[in-house]
Design a protein around this ligand. Structure first.
Ligand code: SAM
Length: 231
Protein backbone atom coordinates (compact mmCIF):
# COMPACT_ATOMS: atom_id res chain seq x y z
CA UNK A 1 0.00 0.00 0.00
CA UNK A 2 2.84 2.41 0.84
CA UNK A 3 4.40 1.72 -2.56
CA UNK A 4 1.14 2.67 -4.31
CA UNK A 5 1.19 6.02 -2.51
CA UNK A 6 4.81 6.62 -3.51
CA UNK A 7 3.95 5.85 -7.13
CA UNK A 8 1.10 8.35 -7.07
CA UNK A 9 3.32 11.14 -5.78
CA UNK A 10 6.95 10.61 -6.85
CA UNK A 11 8.39 12.59 -9.73
CA UNK A 12 11.59 12.07 -11.64
CA UNK A 13 14.10 14.48 -10.14
CA UNK A 14 12.75 14.23 -6.61
CA UNK A 15 14.85 13.62 -3.57
CA UNK A 16 13.59 10.47 -1.81
CA UNK A 17 14.59 9.40 1.70
CA UNK A 18 14.62 5.84 2.99
CA UNK A 19 15.14 6.35 6.72
CA UNK A 20 15.50 2.60 7.43
CA UNK A 21 17.24 1.00 4.46
CA UNK A 22 17.52 -2.56 5.84
CA UNK A 23 17.94 -4.94 2.90
CA UNK A 24 17.22 -2.18 0.40
CA UNK A 25 13.87 -3.37 -0.97
CA UNK A 26 12.27 0.01 -0.41
CA UNK A 27 15.39 1.94 -1.42
CA UNK A 28 15.40 0.18 -4.80
CA UNK A 29 11.73 1.00 -5.43
CA UNK A 30 12.27 4.65 -4.49
CA UNK A 31 15.29 4.84 -6.79
CA UNK A 32 13.29 3.52 -9.73
CA UNK A 33 10.62 6.14 -9.08
CA UNK A 34 12.74 9.28 -8.66
CA UNK A 35 15.98 8.80 -10.59
CA UNK A 36 15.63 10.40 -13.99
CA UNK A 37 17.03 9.16 -17.29
CA UNK A 38 19.08 11.26 -19.74
CA UNK A 39 17.41 14.60 -20.32
CA UNK A 40 15.33 14.36 -17.14
CA UNK A 41 16.04 15.84 -13.73
CA UNK A 42 18.54 13.50 -12.07
CA UNK A 43 17.00 13.04 -8.60
CA UNK A 44 18.60 11.20 -5.70
CA UNK A 45 17.88 8.81 -2.84
CA UNK A 46 19.31 9.13 0.66
CA UNK A 47 19.17 5.79 2.51
CA UNK A 48 19.99 5.59 6.21
CA UNK A 49 20.84 2.61 8.37
CA UNK A 50 22.95 2.10 11.48
CA UNK A 51 24.12 -1.37 10.38
CA UNK A 52 26.96 -1.62 7.83
CA UNK A 53 25.69 -5.07 6.78
CA UNK A 54 22.27 -3.58 5.97
CA UNK A 55 23.81 -0.88 3.81
CA UNK A 56 26.00 -3.47 2.06
CA UNK A 57 22.86 -5.42 1.24
CA UNK A 58 21.12 -2.24 0.04
CA UNK A 59 24.10 -1.38 -2.17
CA UNK A 60 24.03 -4.86 -3.73
CA UNK A 61 20.32 -4.62 -4.47
CA UNK A 62 20.60 -1.14 -5.97
CA UNK A 63 23.59 -2.16 -8.10
CA UNK A 64 21.67 -5.17 -9.42
CA UNK A 65 18.66 -3.12 -10.43
CA UNK A 66 20.13 0.14 -11.73
CA UNK A 67 22.86 1.17 -14.11
CA UNK A 68 26.07 2.49 -12.56
CA UNK A 69 25.24 6.16 -13.10
CA UNK A 70 21.84 5.90 -11.43
CA UNK A 71 23.19 3.68 -8.66
CA UNK A 72 25.71 6.42 -7.87
CA UNK A 73 22.78 8.72 -7.08
CA UNK A 74 21.69 6.46 -4.23
CA UNK A 75 23.64 7.81 -1.27
CA UNK A 76 23.99 5.43 1.65
CA UNK A 77 24.28 7.05 5.06
CA UNK A 78 25.75 4.91 7.84
CA UNK A 79 24.16 6.95 10.59
CA UNK A 80 20.98 7.22 12.59
CA UNK A 81 18.01 8.78 10.84
CA UNK A 82 18.07 11.20 13.79
CA UNK A 83 20.61 13.08 11.61
CA UNK A 84 18.17 13.30 8.70
CA UNK A 85 17.75 17.07 8.89
CA UNK A 86 21.49 17.69 8.51
CA UNK A 87 21.91 15.22 5.64
CA UNK A 88 18.89 16.50 3.71
CA UNK A 89 20.08 20.09 4.34
CA UNK A 90 23.50 19.25 2.92
CA UNK A 91 21.96 17.66 -0.17
CA UNK A 92 19.60 20.61 -0.70
CA UNK A 93 22.49 23.10 -0.34
CA UNK A 94 24.46 21.32 -3.06
CA UNK A 95 21.36 21.15 -5.26
CA UNK A 96 20.70 24.89 -4.84
CA UNK A 97 24.29 25.68 -5.79
CA UNK A 98 23.93 23.51 -8.92
CA UNK A 99 20.65 25.27 -9.81
CA UNK A 100 22.34 28.66 -9.44
CA UNK A 101 25.14 27.57 -11.75
CA UNK A 102 22.57 26.41 -14.29
CA UNK A 103 20.82 29.79 -14.16
CA UNK A 104 24.09 31.68 -14.63
CA UNK A 105 24.97 29.41 -17.57
CA UNK A 106 21.54 30.01 -19.11
CA UNK A 107 22.05 33.78 -18.78
CA UNK A 108 25.43 33.54 -20.48
CA UNK A 109 24.01 31.44 -23.30
CA UNK A 110 20.88 33.44 -24.01
CA UNK A 111 20.78 36.73 -22.16
CA UNK A 112 17.49 37.78 -23.65
CA UNK A 113 15.70 34.65 -22.50
CA UNK A 114 17.37 34.20 -19.16
CA UNK A 115 15.29 34.54 -16.01
CA UNK A 116 16.58 37.03 -13.50
CA UNK A 117 14.21 36.31 -10.63
CA UNK A 118 16.26 33.44 -9.21
CA UNK A 119 13.77 30.82 -10.32
CA UNK A 120 14.78 27.81 -12.38
CA UNK A 121 13.03 25.41 -14.69
CA UNK A 122 13.79 22.48 -12.43
CA UNK A 123 11.17 20.59 -10.42
CA UNK A 124 10.18 22.06 -7.07
CA UNK A 125 12.61 21.23 -4.30
CA UNK A 126 12.25 19.32 -1.06
CA UNK A 127 11.67 15.64 -0.38
CA UNK A 128 9.13 13.96 -2.67
CA UNK A 129 8.87 10.70 -0.76
CA UNK A 130 10.18 9.73 2.68
CA UNK A 131 9.69 6.30 4.21
CA UNK A 132 10.28 4.57 7.52
CA UNK A 133 9.92 0.84 8.07
CA UNK A 134 10.36 0.59 11.82
CA UNK A 135 11.53 -2.24 14.06
CA UNK A 136 14.35 -4.67 13.32
CA UNK A 137 15.68 -6.26 10.18
CA UNK A 138 13.82 -9.51 9.53
CA UNK A 139 15.71 -12.66 8.54
CA UNK A 140 17.34 -15.67 10.19
CA UNK A 141 20.81 -14.06 10.42
CA UNK A 142 19.79 -10.53 11.35
CA UNK A 143 20.59 -8.87 14.68
CA UNK A 144 17.15 -8.33 16.24
CA UNK A 145 18.66 -6.25 19.04
CA UNK A 146 19.22 -3.40 16.56
CA UNK A 147 15.81 -1.83 16.53
CA UNK A 148 14.44 1.63 15.88
CA UNK A 149 13.69 3.61 19.02
CA UNK A 150 10.97 6.10 19.88
CA UNK A 151 13.09 9.19 20.58
CA UNK A 152 15.22 9.05 17.42
CA UNK A 153 12.27 7.91 15.29
CA UNK A 154 10.08 10.82 16.38
CA UNK A 155 12.91 13.28 15.78
CA UNK A 156 13.55 11.87 12.32
CA UNK A 157 9.86 11.75 11.37
CA UNK A 158 9.50 15.38 12.41
CA UNK A 159 12.48 16.36 10.24
CA UNK A 160 11.16 14.34 7.28
CA UNK A 161 7.76 16.06 7.50
CA UNK A 162 9.43 19.48 7.61
CA UNK A 163 11.43 18.60 4.49
CA UNK A 164 8.49 17.42 2.34
CA UNK A 165 7.91 19.38 -0.83
CA UNK A 166 4.35 20.46 -1.66
CA UNK A 167 2.59 17.28 -2.82
CA UNK A 168 5.18 15.06 -1.11
CA UNK A 169 4.35 12.05 1.03
CA UNK A 170 5.75 10.37 4.15
CA UNK A 171 4.92 6.77 5.01
CA UNK A 172 5.77 5.06 8.29
CA UNK A 173 5.16 1.35 8.82
CA UNK A 174 5.08 0.66 12.55
CA UNK A 175 5.15 -2.79 14.17
CA UNK A 176 3.54 -3.62 17.47
CA UNK A 177 4.72 -7.20 18.12
CA UNK A 178 8.15 -6.45 19.67
CA UNK A 179 9.09 -4.68 22.90
CA UNK A 180 8.71 -0.93 22.47
CA UNK A 181 7.10 -1.23 19.02
CA UNK A 182 3.58 -0.30 20.06
CA UNK A 183 4.79 2.76 22.02
CA UNK A 184 6.97 3.87 19.10
CA UNK A 185 4.13 3.52 16.60
CA UNK A 186 1.76 5.34 18.93
CA UNK A 187 4.27 8.19 19.37
CA UNK A 188 4.49 8.67 15.59
CA UNK A 189 0.69 8.57 15.26
CA UNK A 190 0.38 11.15 18.05
CA UNK A 191 2.93 13.40 16.35
CA UNK A 192 1.19 13.39 12.97
CA UNK A 193 -2.17 14.02 14.63
CA UNK A 194 -0.86 17.47 15.65
CA UNK A 195 -0.05 18.60 12.09
CA UNK A 196 -1.79 21.68 10.71
CA UNK A 197 -4.68 20.43 8.51
CA UNK A 198 -4.27 23.47 6.26
CA UNK A 199 -0.94 22.09 5.09
CA UNK A 200 -1.03 18.33 5.74
CA UNK A 201 -3.37 15.39 5.59
CA UNK A 202 -2.38 12.75 8.16
CA UNK A 203 -3.95 9.29 8.28
CA UNK A 204 -3.36 5.83 9.66
CA UNK A 205 -4.33 2.47 8.24
CA UNK A 206 -4.58 -0.60 10.44
CA UNK A 207 -5.67 -4.16 9.73
CA UNK A 208 -8.20 -4.97 12.44
CA UNK A 209 -9.00 -8.64 11.83
CA UNK A 210 -5.50 -10.01 12.62
CA UNK A 211 -3.35 -9.63 15.71
CA UNK A 212 -0.15 -7.60 15.75
CA UNK A 213 -0.50 -6.32 12.20
CA UNK A 214 1.72 -3.45 11.17
CA UNK A 215 0.16 -0.01 11.06
CA UNK A 216 0.70 2.36 8.17
CA UNK A 217 0.92 6.05 9.00
CA UNK A 218 0.76 8.51 6.11
CA UNK A 219 1.39 12.23 5.88
CA UNK A 220 0.63 14.02 2.63
CA UNK A 221 1.71 17.62 2.24
CA UNK A 222 -0.91 19.48 0.23
CA UNK A 223 0.13 21.18 -3.00
CA UNK A 224 -1.05 24.45 -1.58
CA UNK A 225 -2.05 25.51 1.90
CA UNK A 226 -5.84 25.33 2.16
CA UNK A 227 -7.90 27.57 4.40
CA UNK A 228 -11.09 25.64 5.17
CA UNK A 229 -14.16 27.33 6.61
CA UNK A 230 -16.86 25.10 8.01
CA UNK A 231 -20.37 26.46 7.53
N1 SAM B 1 12.72 -1.26 4.61
C1 SAM B 1 13.76 -2.22 4.84
C2 SAM B 1 13.87 -3.14 3.63
O1 SAM B 1 13.33 -2.80 2.57
O2 SAM B 1 14.53 -4.17 3.73
C3 SAM B 1 13.59 -2.96 6.16
C4 SAM B 1 13.85 -2.07 7.33
S1 SAM B 1 13.99 -2.95 8.86
C5 SAM B 1 12.35 -3.25 9.32
C6 SAM B 1 14.49 -1.67 9.98
C7 SAM B 1 15.92 -1.17 9.77
O3 SAM B 1 16.09 0.02 10.56
C8 SAM B 1 17.02 -2.14 10.22
O4 SAM B 1 17.88 -2.44 9.14
C9 SAM B 1 17.77 -1.37 11.31
O5 SAM B 1 19.16 -1.57 11.29
C10 SAM B 1 17.44 0.07 10.95
N2 SAM B 1 17.58 1.03 12.05
C11 SAM B 1 17.42 0.83 13.38
N3 SAM B 1 17.63 1.97 14.05
C12 SAM B 1 17.93 2.92 13.11
C13 SAM B 1 18.23 4.31 13.18
N4 SAM B 1 18.25 4.98 14.34
N5 SAM B 1 18.48 4.96 12.02
C14 SAM B 1 18.43 4.32 10.82
N6 SAM B 1 18.15 3.00 10.71
C15 SAM B 1 17.89 2.31 11.83
Amino acid sequence: MAHALWRAVARKGDLAVDATAGNGWDTAVLAELVLGDDGEEPGAVLAFDVQPSALASTRRRVDERLDAEKASRVQLVLDSHATLEAHVGEYEGARRAADDEQIVAARDDARDDARDDGSSSVASRGVGVACFNLGYLPGADSDKSVVTETTSTVRAVRAAIAALRPGGVLTVVGYVGHAGGAEETEAVAALVATLDPKTFTAATHAVVNRENCPRLIVVHRKETTVERNRT
